[in-house]
Design a protein around this ligand. Sequence first.
Ligand SMILES: Cc1cc2nc3c(=O)[nH]c(=O)nc-3n(C[C@H](O)[C@H](O)[C@H](O)COP(=O)(O)OP(=O)(O)OC[C@H]3O[C@@H](n4cnc5c(N)ncnc54)[C@H](O)[C@@H]3O)c2cc1C
Length: 435
Amino acid sequence: MTQNLKTQYDAIVVGGGPGGSTAATLLAKAGKSVLLIEKDKFPRYRIGESLVPGIVPVLEELDVLDKIEAHGFTEKFGITLVWGGQQEKWSVDFDEAGGAGHGKAYQVVRSEFDYILIQNAREKGVVVLEDTAVTDFLFEGARCAGVSFQGADGRDHKAFASVVIDASGQANLLGRRLHDIEVVEGLKNRAVWAYYQGGTVPEGKTAGNIIVENNISDGWLWMIPLHDGTHSIGLVAPQDAFRGRDAGEMFAEKIAESNMISGFLKDATQVTNFRSHKDWSYSCSQLQGEGYYLVGDAAGFVDPLFSTGVFLAMNSASLAVKQILASFAEPQREAENGAVYEANYRQFLDVVTSFVKFFYDTKKRKENYFNHARDLVDPMDMMTARQDFVYLITGLGGLHQSMGLRPTEALANLAKRSKPPVETTQTKQPSLEEV
Ligand SMILES: Cc1cc2nc3c(=O)[nH]c(=O)nc-3n(C[C@H](O)[C@H](O)[C@H](O)COP(=O)(O)OP(=O)(O)OC[C@H]3O[C@@H](n4cnc5c(N)ncnc54)[C@H](O)[C@@H]3O)c2cc1C
């Protein structure tokens, strides 16, 4: 396959997760020649199963919503929490955001979801290479002009393009090479999770909700009902809490401490081993440059508390493609277009990160969380604070706001951002890869 490849494309995309597939598909739909290079053979395992309604407009842009809908993934209409100063259960329904958004998302088996997206990219004309690892980025002066990669045939190849999109996830390929990674202080967590069969779920419309519970001594638990009959159950806790502990033992202890999730798992059996992942929130100090864009986890990662990862990956890709297409049309505006992406997406990442940080203060009551959401997305007080909260966690709130920025506003905001609004430390080599 690799020997018949062209060596020049309009765009090269590194990584075939939701960020990479979205960028590649949208560029191909716009008539551009696109090469997508993916290290693994799909379908491949990924964590990140609970989606938010903010992905629906992008699924529509990709012409793939019907396939996702028909696949039979669990329908998710809201979230159920035991969280904050009051320890009774509370739920919010995505519909509560009123006309502002979509009322439904999905709980997905990521190997299946990501496979549908990458197949859709192929159908739209993207040249997809799996089992093929990008080994380096090629520069002409300061401009990123292509990649070298090792094909499934074991041989080394080079390909060139007008723009390279790094969607390599937490491998952070370009970010680690060119820039700093800003790790968010206070969100240096670790996650451990496993799958269970035979548990129960809540009744009625909340049956497909993600359940988030923090009435345990350290951290919080998730429960996600999947359409294959399993429950994804996870623990997120500060990295330090795991020191000297066996992760599986700690997980079992926290489940036993919980009220709600332990009840749903009463007759369930653990059917997989534990998996564990470093779960630090971070963003790259620069999200684009001459000839390149970073999208998804390659640009930044926010703690999974509000299930925003896939949403951020797909929306950052969609935002980046809009600027890339504008630059194809008017190459003399490339730097300005790149800066608009940088400012828009940076602003949105900052909103989500600061809300997650606020939410981690578990002594607050739910009304405090609602009011803080209002401050972030609805300063004119157009909706109730509870609606603002729902609007924000659907993913539609801050996105709507930052996508509305005009270039001049975006650039002014970027100039103002002398330092991030959340405390960070910088590192060149964050070593965030799976362990
Ligand atoms: C514990 C935990 C729980 C989470 N829960 C949720 C959740 O409930 N909901 C949610 O939306 N998100 C969740 N996330 C986040 C979510 O997993 C990610 O944000 C999402 O997968 C990012 O998509 P992406 O396309 O940027 O990267 P990825 O999905 O990671 O895709 C990157 C791709 O790049 C490929 N790649 C890497 N290196 C190379 C290379 N050298 N050459 C070619 N290809 C390469 C990889 O093989 C991979 O397929 C969670 C994350 C963690 C850690």
